[in-house]
Design a binder for this molecule. Structure first.
Ligand SMILES: [Zn+2]
Ligand SMILES: [Zn+2]
Length: 234
């Protein structure tokens, strides 16, 4: 019996939606399996958000302010798994992320293979938040995607040293200015040309956009992102 199995006897896995303990080998319970909703077409050609305006190929945010990344993929509608993501991040349920990361890896396996990325880069948490939470949700997702696809996770390249104001409390313009200062690149010899940023939620793109802009300044040429969930487009 391996350590993982022993751990699961004392700490059984929980369904990421209803949190009920599950039998071994099962993660999401049958009653909850239909709750996470995959983002429906038509989808933005850049960020993959659902578009409500007929005939548009880009969403409102991408038209107004196209981020410096090449393309992004988000799997689920945020509203459908809002509580689950909140528990994953704030109620000490990192195991939900293991489930979601695996789903992401399996869902985007082909796309990732075609992209041939040098690395998966989880969006870092700033230190204070990391200390409180004890884990970075983006890193958990990235590690699972890495296990499924064989792409290495590099988590000491993109750094977030400054405490930025909580984004939710800011307006759109303030958010963007706030985010510009949020990321730094570690002084190291890693040469990455093509990367996939990984995060839990994509909303207006300000976080991914800021990370991508910083990556471009150090010669990263092609930047994709994968997020678990996305907010609705306009
Ligand atoms: Zn359930
Ligand atoms: Zn878009």
């Amino acid at each position: 019996m391996d350590y993982d199995k022993i751990g699961r006897i004392f700490f059984p896995v929980h369904c990421p939606i209803c949190d009920r303990a599950q039998p071994e080998g099962q993660r999401i319970c049958p009653e909850c399996a239909g709750i996470p909703r995959i983002v429906q077409p038509p989808r933005c050609l850049k960020c993959s958000k659902h578009i409500n305006t007929p005939g548009e190929i880009y969403c409102y945010d991408c038209l107004r302010n196209p981020g410096e990344y090449d393309r992004g993929f988000s799997l689920f509608e945020y509203q459908s798994i809002h509580d689950s993501i909140s528990a994953f991040k704030n109620l000490g349920r990192p195991e939900y992320g293991e489930y979601y990361g695996r789903i992401l890896g399996e869902h985007y396996r082909e796309e990732i293979r075609k992209i041939k990325p040098d690395a998966l880069l989880p969006i870092p948490l700033h230190e204070k938040k990391y200390r409180i939470r004890g884990y970075n949700q983006a890193e958990i997702l990235a590690r699972e995607i890495g296990k499924v696809t064989g792409v290495p996770v590099v988590n000491d390249f993109l750094l977030r040293p400054n405490v930025t104001k909580v984004q939710k409390e800011l307006g759109r313009l303030e958010r963007r200015n706030n985010m510009k200062k949020a990321f730094h690149i570690a002084e190291n010899d890693v040469k990455l040309k093509t990367v996939i940023l990984v995060d839990d939620i994509y909303t207006t793109g300000s976080t991914i956009g800021a990370a991508a802009a910083v990556l471009k300044t150090v010669g990263v040429e092609t930047i994709y992102f994968i997020t678990l969930a996305t907010g609705r487009g306009y």
